[in-house]
Design a protein around this ligand. Structure first.
Ligand SMILES: Nc1ncnc2c1ncn2[C@@H]1O[C@H](COP(=O)(O)OP(=O)(O)OP(=O)(O)O)[C@@H](O)[C@H]1O
Ligand SMILES: [Mg+2]
Length: 389
């Protein structure tokens, strides 16, 4: 008999050692809470992962009912009991939802409950494995939010593109009609005056539509430029002349300081567009105080400064205002699309130049446009200096 007893002891020791190793394994798992519930749903064992995830020490939680892990609403709705009874009948249950830590904070959990039965089929309890999915859920939410935002932006850009093209067609017809009428010598003076006002409004409308067309083109690529040789100072004077009405209405004196012609090769229409935008901003935001425009050649660059004495721009807005649809003032006080500076900078950069701003809030703003005298040559020079240092 004695050798049989000794054999049994050995087997038990072996089983003990195996169980201990198994416990150590379970306890060392940190990413999962792995524990047992008894048949009534009371916590019967606890591991390191459970302590880390839920915040309870084994001593505080063993013997407590597992409904403590569920938010109050779930407990009131009978969810813990329902999950156990499902695990009991199906053998297994998986759920994702909010769970509560010891400190009351919530986390997003994946939960698997498995019924454990003896060979005879008697229920001895449940194994419960809980995983914290908060991080994963957060990054999924973030991805989703980003995708929605990108889609909204894409729809906006598509809308702008369609709308601006649709507006262009009737506008062209309107401009042609106005042109024909303006040429009519037989019209009474009253009508001619009214016509002039209408022409100005049409021009403003055409400008808005052109801006939208530009911005929609820019979403798909760079601003194309066609360079020709001209005098930038002469172009600047023309722009100032054309803005005389606008400046007059705002009672803004404009002074051009340019000692010499500035010969170079640029896209004339596009450069005039930049100057018009800068000048119109200086008038719009300049508070009727004098605006100065300085223009000179400096080395291989043309340098133009548009200086106003308005309210200026807050430091945190200095970069932002060059973005699409970005404005630093409220829509209600100043009209505009917030596109002038965005398009102007794109034009400057398409020439290999820059457009920047300096401002002291309350003291006005100075916008500086730098254009290489010849964009093509400047680019070639860049290539050379890279190729042969
Ligand atoms: N000279 C300036 N002084 C103060 N703020 C300015 C000046 N120029 C531009 N800003 C600010 O920068 C913003 C962006 O200017 P931008 O020219 O791009 O748009 P906008 O003038 O509002 O509209 P638009 O598309 O008709 O030009 C303006 O809304 C304004 O807040
Ligand atoms: Mg503007």
């Amino acid at each position: 008999m004695s050798h049989v007893a000794a054999g049994q002891e050995e087997v038990e020791e072996m089983l003990d050692a195996r169980e201990q190793r198994f416990r150590l394994l379970i306890d060392s798992v940190k990413e999962y809470a792995i524990f047992m519930l008894d048949a009534d749903g009371r916590v019967a064992s606890w591991n390191g992962g459970a302590r880390r995830l839920k915040g309870y020490e084994a001593g505080e939680i063993i013997g407590r009912h597992f409904s403590i892990f569920y938010p109050e609403e779930d407990v009131a709705a009978g969810k813990p009991a329902r999950e156990l009874s499902l695990a009991r009948s199906e053998g297994h249950l998986e759920d994702e939802g909010l769970r509560v830590r010891k400190d009351g904070s919530l986390f997003w959990a994946n939960v698997v409950i498995t019924a454990m039965r003896t060979d005879g089929g008697e229920l001895i309890g449940f194994a419960k494995v809980t995983r914290d999915l908060t991080e994963r859920r957060r990054s999924e939410d973030e991805r989703l939010r980003l995708a929605r935002m990108q889609e909204a932006l894409r729809l906006r850009d598509e809308f702008i593109s369609i709308a601006s093209h649709e507006l262009r067609t009737p506008l062209t017809a309107l401009e042609l009609g106005m042109q024909r009428l303006t040429g009519d010598q037989s019209l009474p003076e009253r009508v001619v005056k009214q016509l002039e006002r209408t022409r100005r409004i049409t021009a403003r409308l055409a400008h808005l539509v052109a801006t939208l067309l530009d911005v929609s083109r820019l979403t798909t690529g760079k601003m194309p430029i066609e360079v020709e040789r001209f005098d930038l100072r002469a172009a600047l004077r023309e722009v100032v002349d054309r803005s005389a009405d606008e400046a007059g209405r705002a009672s803004t004196p404009i002074e051009v300081r340019a000692a010499a012609p500035i010969e170079g090769r640029w896209d004339r229409l596009r450069v005039e567009q930049v100057l018009t935008n800068l000048l119109s901003n200086a008038i719009k935001y300049g508070g009727s105080r004098p605006v100065a425009i300085e223009a000179e050649t400096l080395g291989q660059e043309a340098l133009i400064r548009v200086i106003d004495r308005g309210d200026g721009i807050a430091t945190e807005d200095l970069e932002r205002i060059f973005g699409r649809f970005e404005r630093a003032v409220s829509m209600r006080h100043f009209g505009g699309l917030g596109l002038g500076l965005y398009i102007s900078r794109q034009i400057a950069e398409a020439h290999g130049g820059t457009l920047g701003v300096e401002s002291e809030p309350g003291r006005g703003a100075t916008f500086t446009l730098r254009l290489p005298l010849s964009p093509a040559r400047a680019a070639a020079a860049d290539d050379q200096s890279e190729g042969h240092p």
